[in-house]
Design a binder for this molecule. Structure first.
Ligand SMILES: C[S@@+](CC[C@H](N)C(=O)[O-])C[C@H]1O[C@@H](n2cnc3c(N)ncnc32)[C@H](O)[C@@H]1O
Length: 288
């Protein structure tokens, strides 16, 4: 069993009674929702099931029902399970061509506004939010931007707020920054000391990090850009539609929606509300 590059799990196939397993998963998710208010009931089943089995094994248990018993009676087991269920893989300038397109196609549009609100939903540990802040700073726009980074997971929000980067990833981050069209050095935007590097205050001051659950919380403002990248791949179809409604409702007219590489507005209920700004980079403009 191993984590794949996108955080997916490869687990050796084992024979199971599929119907019974489906029932146990459903009961466990319902129990988690009712006891702890975390709602995974409409997440995509395949990835969820692999993660549940990993927790079953690591807890030394035999069945998903046994895991239900444990998480209901032991909040620390729930905490461990939450960590398994939440895929927080992220990086600075992830998919560098996305940021090139953002510079070319979104920044000119943003210049027309006196004040700009951007929501980065599912921001994980903050690298995506810092990347957008750097692009906007280089475009001379950051002063008039308020950037909201939100995530359901309180632990990653706390790390995002700290503004620090893991030292061992700096080289690959710097490479991605250049591929994304950056012309300075990434470290110009971070204060470095023995423990690592921290986003400089002039970049951090327009960013607000907060906990927000796309499944159960409401829209909290109207935005010119909403980025929700690599989040909905873990959601089932009905939940994706619900979250798309929330994002659509949160966007100003002609606002920009940014999705992840493997995501698309195509074949969703909101397809006709957007036109392509850059279809390849999953940048869309709200038109109705
Ligand atoms: C794979 S990470 C993607 C991070 C970043 N957007 C990127 O593309 O690099 C997915 C993030 O979505 C968050 N997430 C999952 N379910 C969520 C929900 N219901 N509401 C808000 N965030 C959620 C996870 O906690 C995780 O940090």
């Amino acid at each position: 069993m191993a984590d794949g590059p996108d955080g997916s799990l490869e687990l050796a196939a084992r024979p199971r009674d599929a119907e019974l397993e489906a029932l146990e998963v459903e009961l466990l998710l319902e129990a988690i929702y009712r006891r702890y208010s975390f709602d995974f009931r409409e997440y995509a089943v395949g990835s969820l099931r692999r993660r549940l089995w990993r927790r079953v094994q690591e807890e030394g248990l035999e069945t998903i029902s046994a895991l239900q018993d444990r998480v209901l009676h032991d909040p620390s087991a729930m905490d461990r399970l939450l960590r398994d269920l939440s895929v927080n893989v992220t990086s600075m300038f992830r998919d560098p061509t996305f940021y090139r397109s953002f510079r070319d196609n979104v920044v000119p549009h943003l210049r027309t506004y006196p004040f700009i609100r951007i929501w980065n939903a599912g921001c994980s540990t903050g690298e995506e939010t810092y990347s957008v802040a750097i692009v906007l700073h280089e475009a001379g726009l950051l002063e008039r931007v308020r950037l909201y980074g939100t995530d359901v997971n309180a632990r990653v929000v706390q790390r995002a707020r700290a503004g620090t980067l893991p030292g061992e990833r700096l080289e690959s981050y710097d490479e991605a920054y250049r591929q994304a069209g950056g012309t300075a050095g990434l470290l110009d935007y971070f204060d470095t000391d023995r423990d690592g590097c921290t986003l400089r205050p002039e970049l951090a001051r327009n960013i607000v990090f907060a906990q927000h659950n796309l499944v159960s919380d409401r829209s909290f403002n109207e935005f010119h850009v909403v980025m929700c990248r690599n989040v909905m791949i873990y959601f089932g179809r009905t939940l994706q539609d619900r979250v798309h409604s929330l994002l659509h409702e949160s966007l100003a007219n002609f606002g920009v929606l940014a999705l992840g590489r493997k995501e698309s507005i195509r074949f969703t209920r909101h397809e006709r509300c957007y036109e392509d700004l850059d279809g390849r980079e999953k940048l869309y403009r709200k038109v109705c």
